[in-house]
Design a protein around this ligand. Structure first.
Ligand code: GLU
Length: 429
């Protein structure tokens, strides 16, 4: 029986283009239909396993008491411990965290690492908060979601506005409760606390590997390829640097404050120094400012949206002039934009494949923590490359044999792998 037998679900229909959970679901539905997924399994995979909402009271520096809201969602744990980052942002919502948790399930399955999917978030604005306030929020949030956490159950990592320091606080808080140091409770830690070499660069490096595969597949020479990067943080900044080092021309980049352009290619090493000094890409010598909403429409071969969700929508997808889109961010393209990009013949490397380098090296970090034996950076990067290249080829093969775009192929590979494990394990009653 196909999923069409399941009642009461709006299969494949996107009611609100900007709701990331609906975007995720409409892609999942399409893959489920093409896979002829069993209706019972369809129901299991459609809903998150667990959703926790917590209140986080914190005494601010000005003496006032503030209560922040935090979430931790497990989408699915069939393939292994729930894995996924924690973001701090005023825009965090439960719907967003649910979508991000499901994306982690599919992402881990696409690269075939033994994790399920989770995500967490705290509604707060780190730009306005002191280090002390951030530490208090992190520690109280960690203690509020403690029942979910554990090296075998749920392993957080960095995401938007969280970093190695935040991971160190999570590790310490958990370890204080456990009365021993538990380094495998979190990934993306400082290297001196058991973090993995190469983890910080892993997501951007993963983008490089899949972009190279896409260029080779399309017969576009890498040298001189024009690249545009939206978002100049941990993903976009590293991707830009590695792509430039390989001889590509990064002609435009943006951050949350503005965008810059140079048709000859920006000097990314110098730009990184400029950003370290001024905290923004604007006013970089040897560049001209462009409007932030122009960045995605800039003429180029490779566009890397590496900022936040819902950037490429039905409103601007028709004006995108790239040959390849490599989704460094989670959910940068709405489901309604997919078809428009297809019509233009744009080759999309979807988020759950393109940015999977981060969680792949998180897996390496977790393995190293549990082994108590640490790998060289060369070994980390070599193994990362192998996983990214093989995963790209698995997805491309499905795309070609099933005659579907890369997005649908990604979901088909992922959903099939998760469904296979569910069938093997059966249902405990
Ligand atoms: N936050 C990253 C992501 O969205 C990394 C997750 C992890 O390493 O667990 O993939």
């Amino acid at each position: 029986m196909s999923v069409s037998g399941v009642a009461n679900v709006d299969r494949g229909i996107v009611l609100d283009e900007h709701n990331p959970y609906e975007s995720m679901m409409s892609r999942f539905d399409r893959a489920a239909e093409l896979l002829d997924l069993d209706p019972g399994l369809y129901k299991i995979l459609r809903a998150p396993d667990k959703q926790l909402i917590v209140s986080i009271p914190v005494r601010l520096d000005n003496g006032e008491l503030e209560v922040f809201t935090g979430y931790r969602v497990h989408h699915n744990i069939a393939r292994g411990p729930a894995k996924g980052g924690i973001r701090f942002s005023p825009q965090v919502t439960l719907e967003e965290v649910k979508a991000l948790a499901a994306w982690m399930t599919w992402k881990c399955a696409v690269v075939n690492i033994p994790f399920g999917g989770a995500k967490g978030g705290v509604v707060c604005d780190p730009i306005t908060m002191s280090m002390r306030e951030l530490e208090l929020v992190t520690r109280r949030y960690t203690s509020e979601i403690m029942d979910l956490l554990g090296p075998e159950t749920d392993v957080p990592a960095p995401d938007i506005n969280t970093n190695e320091q935040v991971m160190a606080w999570i590790m310490d808080t958990y370890s204080m409760h456990a009365r021993r140091t538990v380094s495998s409770i979190v990934t993306g830690k400082p290297v001196s606390l058991g973090g993995s070499l190469g983890r910080r660069e892993a997501t951007g490096r993963g983008c490089l590997f899949v972009i190279n595969e896409a260029l080779a597949h399309l017969g576009i020479p890498a040298a001189g390829t024009r690249v545009v990067v939206q978002g100049f943080g941990n993903v976009g900044g590293v991707a830009a640097q590695l792509l430039a080092q390989q001889g590509m021309r990064v002609v435009a980049v943006s951050d949350m404050y503005g965008a810059i352009y140079n048709s000859q290619g920006l000097d990314i090493d110098r730009l990184l120094q400029h950003v370290a000094r001024t905290r923004a890409v604007g006013d970089f010598e040897g560049s001209e400012p462009i409007a932030s909403d122009e960045i995605l429409l800039t003429d180029c071969e490779v566009l890397v949206p590496a900022a936040v969700e819902n950037q490429i929508t039905s409103a601007n997808a028709g004006s995108i002039r790239a040959r390849i889109i490599c989704e460094g961010a989670n959910g940068p393209t709405t489901a309604s934009a997919d078809e428009i990009l297809d019509r233009q013949g744009i080759f999309v490397i979807p988020d759950i494949l393109a940015n999977a380098g981060g969680v792949t090296v998180s897996y390496f970090e977790w393995v190293q923590n549990r082994e108590g034996y640490y790998w060289s950076e060369e070994r980390v990067n070599r193994r990362l490359k192998k996983i990214m290249v093989n995963s790209f080829r698995d997805v491309l093969r499905t795309s070609l044999t099933r005659e579907v775009n890369m997005r649908t192929a990604c979901y088909m590979v992922a959903v099939d792998r998760v469904a296979f494990i569910h069938r093997l394990r059966g249902i405990y009653a």
